[in-house]
Design a protein around this ligand. Structure first.
Ligand code: URA
Length: 241
């Protein structure tokens, strides 16, 4: 059995970043959810540092995100940036993604089948970015990653070690910034939970599980279209990673 730390040190940050761009290309050609593929303007893959220690996972893109192809660019995103600044971090130092890469029409809730369809992209992102801490924002991503229906009101601010795919991370559920926009008490709680992030990050990654040898390579994601390949080649220019 191989040691994960040794295994991971074999994969350099540039190599993981290139692999992440391949996943971006695959996601951009994805048609697993026919309604979302037909109605989206862009695939909002995620943005930020591809080698981030801290990753945020929200719910799904809204109208502004769908238009710009970047997550959390609306009012909730501005609040997220402000809270990050308060703990001395910039948006470019973290990686921000969502449970769904496509906007649900009319901002309806993501459907269970859509979350399931998109889950593999999220797991690949976690595997390649190798964060130490994952902050789930609100109920959707918290329930998805924990595989449990317990809600954010009970769980917020309580870190736990979780294994996602091959990666052990410190999961830290917090309220969704969109919910805190209109509820001052929730904003106060969100700010308090945010203030514990530096100490959580200082703990580093939890002990990693042993790597398993797979006889078969993992199943392929969606086939990339030529246009998607071209677009992801431009990812650098968008400052995504
Ligand atoms: N809300 C989310 O959950 N994600 C976004 O990208 C924007 C708003």
């Amino acid at each position: 059995m191989r040691d994960v730390a040794a295994e991971q040190s074999e994969r350099s940050a540039p190599a993981r970043r290139e692999a992440l761009k391949e996943v971006l290309t695959q996601a951009r050609g994805c048609v697993r959810c026919p309604e979302l593929a037909a109605t989206r303007r862009t695939v909002v893959f995620g943005a930020g540092n591809a080698d981030a220690d801290l990753m945020f996972i929200g719910e799904a893109p809204g109208a502004s995100e769908d238009e710009q192809g970047i997550p959390f660019v609306g009012r909730a995103g501005k609040l997220l940036e402000k809270l990050l600044e308060e703990i001395g971090l910039q948006r470019t130092q973290v990686f921000i993604a969502n449970t769904l890469k496509c906007r649900p029409p009319g901002n309806r809730d993501p459907l269970p089948v859509e979350i399931e369809n998109c889950h593999e992209y999220l797991l690949r992102q976690v595997e390649l970015i190798e964060p130490s801490v994952i902050c789930t924002l609100g109920n959707f991503s918290t329930k998805l990653l924990r595989g449990d229906p317990t809600g954010i009101t009970r769980l917020h601010g309580q870190p736990e070690v979780l294994v996602l795919g091959a990666r052990a991370v410190r999961l830290y559920p917090i309220y969704h910034p969109a919910a805190a926009l209109y509820t001052p008490r929730m904003l106060e709680t969100l700010r308090e939970d945010f203030s514990r992030l530096p100490e959580l990050l200082a703990m580093g990654a939890p002990e990693q599980p042993p790597v398993q040898d797979f006889a078969e390579p993992p199943p392929a994601l969606a086939e990339p279209s030529p246009q998607a390949a071209q677009e992801s080649a431009e990812a650098d220019q968008l400052g995504l990673f």
